[in-house]
Design a protein around this ligand. Structure first.
Ligand SMILES: Cc1cc2nc3c(=O)[nH]c(=O)nc-3n(C[C@H](O)[C@H](O)[C@H](O)COP(=O)(O)OP(=O)(O)OC[C@H]3O[C@@H](n4cnc5c(N)ncnc54)[C@H](O)[C@@H]3O)c2cc1C
Length: 410
């Protein structure tokens, strides 16, 4: 069994990379196989992404644990959140605005462009891991007796006691393991781009619920220091046909539309980068584990981007999986079926509940049925008036509660 590896992670994005680094810190060197090439550092630094990831306090804590956080080329902390209905009176505010970069104690989280985050993770993996391979094509993943066989396009065959599928929404590992998937097609698209507004964002993340769907304004770092505080990434959830129509508008018409739909909250929209569209589908794997195999991140679940939680719940998967694996390893047990089932038990119910509540909110916020409109306004007002509700919401959103009984507790 000497040529059998302890763990092979297929997919070295944020979630797979974080898992590999947490395992390495715990004394387990996993092999990481990724289809993508190493990113070009100069390009990542000089070109802004159209979208950002809203990282929770728990995700930031985990990235600091593996020393990736200090490698980020740029990020934009946010200290407040404002959510309101366009055709109603409900409004809710969390945290507070800030003129300066908020100190860590006032920060709700941070906005980071995906390529900036992936570059930092890749650089850390290159430093820390003994076997990190990029531009790898996996052609077959097969279950043997007590081992998994991984066949690569160059003819290499790897044998491992544990396969971790971290290969994103269209997971090949999930397919090869015959794990079924539940899919909910929202028939919506996420329209995203970076915009510059006339007024400062003041480190506030904003979300307006329009008839067509939620429109989010997320503060992002600027490439030009003189424009710092004026750039935001938008994520606009729209029915497919609206997304097509808005994406095709010329710059002037698009700026005007956004200015109007945002109630001039940030003054005129002055600039917008080319628009990108993402089809929105919720996906949930029916199982997260099989003997010797675990799915994490988008390979296991994809939720509506409404709450900006997709990658955060993936990072919590990584933390819980590493916690149970490293805990049992100290007792001399590696990747036993019961260890993996404890991971599934601690993550699947929570992730499914998050997915269903995002789908329900998405429906509530786009419907114009009077009782639903009333309920959502009433709901927002109730939450706004009760500090205890807000605290409960924030403690759910920051993810720290999930880490409480693990070796990564804050
Ligand atoms: C419009 C939009 C906005 C979003 N906003 C937010 C937000 O604000 N906050 C948030 O938390 N989340 C957000 N998300 C979700 C977030 O982008 C994902 O949850 C996150 O990227 C998932 O990370 P992952 O590592 O699981 O998968 P991925 O990032 O997809 O990484 C998968 C990795 O696997 C590799 N791979 C794929 N196939 C193979 C293969 N066959 N062999 C080897 N390697 C392979 C890829 O190269 C890649 O490196 C948003 C999503 C969308 C669409």
């Amino acid at each position: 069994m000497s040529d059998v590896l302890d763990a092979v992670i297929i997919g070295g994005g944020l979630v797979g990379g974080l898992t590999a680094l947490l395992l390495a810190q715990g004394g387990v060197q996993a092999t990481v196989l990724d289809a993508a090439p190493i990113l070009d550092e100069q390009k990542v630094i000089s070109v802004a992404n159209s979208r950002v990831l809203a990282l929770s306090q728990a995700t930031i804590h985990l990235l600091k644990t593996v020393h990736v956080w200090e490698k980020l080329a740029r990020q934009m902390p946010y200290s407040g959140m404002q959510v309101w209905n366009k055709n109603g009176y409900g409004e809710i505010n969390f945290g507070q605005p800030s003129q300066n970069i908020p100190g860590a104690e006032h920060t709700l989280g941070s906005m980071v462009e995906p390529s900036v985050l992936n570059l930092a993770i890749q650089q850390k993996m290159l430093q820390q891991l003994q076997d990190y391979r990029t531009q790898v094509k996996v052609i077959r993943v097969e279950q043997g007796v007590g081992v998994w066989h991984i066949h690569l396009a160059d003819g290499t065959e790897l044998k491992t006691k544990l396969v971790i599928g971290a290969d994103g929404a269209n997971s090949f590992v999930r397919e090869q393991a015959f794990i079924d998937l539940d899919i909910l097609d929202y028939k919506q698209a996420g329209l995203t781009c970076a915009i510059r507004t006339a007024q400062l964002h003041q480190h506030i993340a904003r979300q307006i619920f329009l008839e067509t769907g939620p429109l989010a304004f997320l503060p992002m770092a600027s490439l030009k220091p003189e424009q710092d505080g004026y750039w935001q990434s938008i994520v606009w959830t729209l029915p497919d046909d609206y997304a097509e129509e808005y994406a095709a508008l010329d710059d002037a018409a698009f700026h005007e539309l956004l200015t109007r739909e945002s109630h001039h909250m940030l003054g005129n929209v002055l600039e917008a980068t080319p628009r990108a569209q993402f089809p929105l589908k919720a996906r949930a794997a029916q199982q997260y584990v099989k003997a010797g195999l675990a799915l994490i991140g988008d390979a296991a679940h994809v939720i509506h981007p409404l709450a900006g939680q997709g990658v955060n719940i993936g990072c919590l998967d990584a933390a819980i999986l590493c916690d149970v694996l490293l805990h049992d390893k100290k007792r001399g047990v590696w990747a036993h079926e019961q260890t993996l089932q404890r991971y599934e038990h601690r993550r699947k119910g929570q992730n499914d509940a998050m997915m269903h509540s995002m789908s329900a909110i998405g429906w509530m916020e786009t419907t114009q049925l009077f009782p639903v409109v009333w309920a959502r306004n009433f709901g927002l007002k109730q939450v706004e008036q009760h500090a205890a509700f807000k605290d409960a919401f924030m403690s759910q959103a920051n993810g720290l509660q999930v880490l409480k009984d693990t070796c990564y507790a804050v």
